[in-house]
Design a protein. Structure first.
Length: 100
């Protein structure tokens, strides 16, 4: 679910830019529905994730700690992300979406 929150956050920022440029805004609901229609395995955010996130000492955002904990607890070591901060994480292999 954290991914959906991040997606909504990004789409909201894009819409602010589009609005400022007097361009048509994106339909956030349609974009979220499109993501939910994909064959994605969803992991629930639970106490173990929060506890694991509290153990990290990386120089990244708190939300990224939640991403990392969710990934590590589910043995996920690869991510497609534009967030270069994730390159600091030893167990993680980041691929920039522009390279994908």
């Amino acid at each position: 679910m954290v991914i959906l929150v991040e997606t909504i956050n990004v789409l909201t920022k894009i819409n602010k830019i589009l609005n400022h440029e007097n361009k048509k805004e994106l339909d956030i609901r349609n974009n979220i529905d499109a993501i939910l229609s994909l064959p994605i395995t969803w992991f629930d955010l639970n106490f173990l994730v929060i506890k694991k996130a509290a153990e990290y000492d990386y120089l990244i955002s708190g939300v990224d700690y939640i991403h990392l904990a969710s990934m590590e607890l589910n043995s996920i070591t690869k991510i497609i992300s534009a967030d270069e901060e994730l390159d600091k994480i030893d167990f993680l292999k980041r691929t920039d979406p522009l390279e994908y």
